[in-house]
Design a protein around this ligand. Sequence first.
Ligand code: HEC
Length: 195
Amino acid sequence: MKKFILALLTPAACVALLASTPGEKMPRPQYDEKGQLLRPADYREWIFLSAGFGMNYSPAPDSHEMFTNVFVQRWAYDEFLNSGKWPEKSMFVIDERDAASRSSINQKGHYQTDLTGLAVEVKDSARNPDKWAYYGFDADGKTARAMPKGNACWSCHEAHAAVEHTFVQFYPTLKPVAKKFGTYNEAREQVADAK
Ligand code: HEC
């Protein structure tokens, strides 16, 4: 019966149907036939972890400061609340936005404007020997290839993140949870030179 229904659908719809077996928590990372990650469409409806403004990992001043907003799927967030750990197929999105200051009634301070790109991180051991994979999307890019092994993304997250590969030291609602479950690496709070 399932085969019959699949025969009536377009190939893309078949992939979507097969990819989401009943009971699986969605959304989860989806890949095209070349193994590239599909841009997560609805991430602005996921759980918001935090925003950064002008965060920079090197001491050199940056002339153009940007906002970053971090999101994770709701079901992965819920599992983290119950365990202090990230489940397989967790996916994190940083949405990078330009900053502006003087406009309308605003006199000082900064607000967010246009999207400049998306950085995505996925925990998917079945697909990645290093468990965590990293992707960069242009402002309107639809697919992205995983960064090659040994990339700067993986190494910096491995060396400096407080919980597994994630920077929970900067996510105020998750930090107490990870501390409670003993999955928080306190040493990662030390002011460090990024490598
Ligand atoms: C020099 C260190 C460094 C490098 C290199 C780096 N990141 Fe990060 N990344 C961070 C920090 C610090 C945060 C926390 C940012 C925040 O709170 O806004 C972060 C957060 C993230 C997050 C949000 C989830 C999390 O892990 O906390 C994603 C997604 C992400 N980075 C993707 C990437 C990708 C993709 C690359 C490579 C293109 C990359 N990062 C390179 C330091 C780094």
